[in-house]
Design a binder for this molecule. Structure first.
Ligand code: F6R
Length: 240
């Protein structure tokens, strides 16, 4: 794993944008695996600023997101589909037909997982962006998820519900279940970019980079990926 430590979140976002923009410049048809959460917001703002200033073209990229809350339609302001449209896709002029995400409202969850797995097989990602859960999760693959897992539904760990409550009016509104891309498909991406910011990620960063490769720390699997870049700010990298 290549590790880049930055002085702060701003520099982390700028460095991450260099990597993402580099992939799109190299191949305008690139398939981008994308993440939600707080960590990529600075990166997404940098990508939009670059698109406006330098005209980096996203008209031919395709995207696949990691996860979606179960039960939320894509028009729901807390859904990840809505988050992506508001924080990235509209700013880059990416049309809905270029994007992919699990359907949170799917009645038949098993069929929806199978649909998304088939889609991912047909759409190998050139880069997969990841955030890191404070418990070491990647996407919503919580500790204990088999490394060979495909797209599946999960009951979120209590720590994840607490971490995500800041984005809702009240913790009772945080959905307890989600669809998530599996670890197997994350590892299939040609390149992985994982971002970590802030001291509450320091333990997870340490375990991911220096700990044993174990299903108890899902992110530790990234030690086995041939082209994985971690960009962490000083606080997140404090225990390395
Ligand atoms: C988001 C996702 C999650 C987050 C992780 C970190 O699509 O899959 O794994 O990346 O929970 O979240 P933040 O960035 O909010 O700390």
């Amino acid at each position: 794993m290549k590790i880049i430590v930055t002085k702060d979140y701003k520099e982390l976002s700028a460095k991450a944008a260099e990597v993402m923009i580099g992939v799109v410049k190299q191949d305008p048809h690139a398939v981008l695996g994308l993440a939600t959460g707080t960590t990529p917001l600075g990166l997404y703002a940098e990508m939009i600023a670059d698109h406006k200033e330098n005209g980096t073209d996203y008209s031919r990229v395709r995207t696949a997101n990691l996860d979606e809350y179960k039960g939320l339609p894509k028009t729901h302001p807390q859904s990840y589909a809505y988050f992506m449209r508001k924080n990235l896709f509209d700013g880059l002029g990416i049309a809905p037909g270029q994007t992919n995400i699990e359907d949170g409202t799917a009645k038949d969850a098993a069929a929806e997982c199978a649909r998304y797995d088939a889609l991912l097989e047909a759409l190998p990602r050139d880069i997969q962006l990841l955030g890191l859960g404070s418990n070491g999760h990647i996407a919503f693959n919580e500790p204990g998820t088999p490394f060979g897992s495909g797209t599946h539904t999960v009951t979120l760990a209590e720590s994840t519900v607490k971490d995500n409550a800041r984005l809702f009016d009240d913790i009772s509104q945080v959905p307890r279940e989600a669809f998530t891309m599996g670890i197997r498909q994350i590892m299939q991406a040609k390149k992985i970019l994982i971002l970590a910011s802030g001291e509450n990620k320091a333990d997870a960063v340490f375990k991911m980079v220096k700990g044993e490769v174990t299903e108890q720390v899902p992110a530790s699997v990234l030690q086995l990926h041939p082209d994985c870049i971690l960009i962490a700010d000083r606080q997140a990298a404090a225990k390395l």
